[in-house]
Ligand binder design. Sequence first.
Ligand SMILES: Nc1ncnc2c1ncn2[C@@H]1O[C@H](COP(=O)(O)OP(=O)(O)OP(=O)(O)O)[C@@H](O)[C@H]1O
Ligand SMILES: [Mg+2]
Length: 255
Amino acid sequence: MASLLELSNVSLSFRGVTALNALSLTVARSEICALIGPNGAGKSSLLNVINGVYRADAGDIVFDGARFEAIRPGKAARLGIGRTFQHNALFRRLTARENVLAGLSRHGGACFIENVFRFGRDRKERNDFAARADRVIAFLGLDTVRDRIVSTLSYGTQKRVDLARALVSEPKLLLLDEPMAGMNQDEKKEMSRVIAEINRTFGTTIVLIEHDVGIVLGLAHHIVVLDYGRKVADGAPEAIRNDPNVIAAYLGTVH
Ligand SMILES: Nc1ncnc2c1ncn2[C@@H]1O[C@H](COP(=O)(O)OP(=O)(O)OP(=O)(O)O)[C@@H](O)[C@H]1O
Ligand SMILES: [Mg+2]
């Protein structure tokens, strides 16, 4: 089966505010799919529905061949859906490495706090988790900061720690909510390179939200444009770049 994720007619509203309006979307295995659209278009809501933070009011979601209903974030993580949040969700007083280990807390028998402070029950699991965390830390070039307290790190480095935390559980699907927000152009290019490398090296399917259309056109294999909770365009970067509706409604404002 080529697609990893399929949404059909998914709707979500908050006390009369429509966040998602009968949205359908297919994400192929191993692709980088970017969600773009103006503020309030429903991009974060879409990620929140995919990993069970919100429950859709209507519609179907099929992930990796199975339909899911009433899914919760813990279950989504166990099924292989990892994510980062638009607003930093790291433990600010813990080290980078402890935060990365926290990304494994839903995958083992021991609870999160035991994993972090190393008095877990199962020594083998602990060693296995430590080795996985260190591999991801090395892959993302975080070795020199791994024992630093997160709140002392630069914003860009914190975003990278958050990415490591999401990646350490080896998700099939990685959801990234504005991983480059607040970065300068060089930092964005570097983050973009890292995301492409994750995709290439592990074959991880990635759905990411990013406002910088130039970056998105260079990084994504597939772009979905949302506006008012509806899909206004869906296709390869070349098609999106030349879509008159997209140019008028969205790209026109940046070019
Ligand atoms: N928890 C919530 N309670 C009430 N309304 C919400 C909630 N989450 C989202 N909304 C509303 O749903 C709509 C879509 O919001 P969402 O955060 O998904 O947009 P977005 O595309 O991610 O925007 P941005 O680019 O600003 O992050 C908005 O009108 C927003 O106010
Ligand atoms: Mg958002």
